[in-house]
Design a protein around this ligand. Structure first.
Ligand SMILES: [Zn+2]
Length: 61
């Protein structure tokens, strides 16, 4: 993942910039060497970005 995703600035799925904010997408687990890098990640808001694409695919909401 990019630094922007790790910092909560970008969608974890599509990488879109979350200038209007995102919704929590869970916690990503990662590590670099001995450093644990568990971070909260975010995704596009419902109806925006890849979230809208997912809704069309599933038919939910
Ligand atoms: Zn997205």
């Amino acid at each position: 993942m990019s630094r922007a995703v790790y910092s909560g600035w970008a969608c974890v799925w599509c990488g879109a910039s979350l200038q209007r904010g995102g919704e929590p997408a869970g916690r990503a687990r990662g590590s670099v060497g001995a450093h644990v890098l568990d971070v909260d990640v975010y995704q596009c808001l419902p109806g925006a970005g890849c979230s809208s694409l997912r809704s069309k695919q599933t038919g939910d909401d």
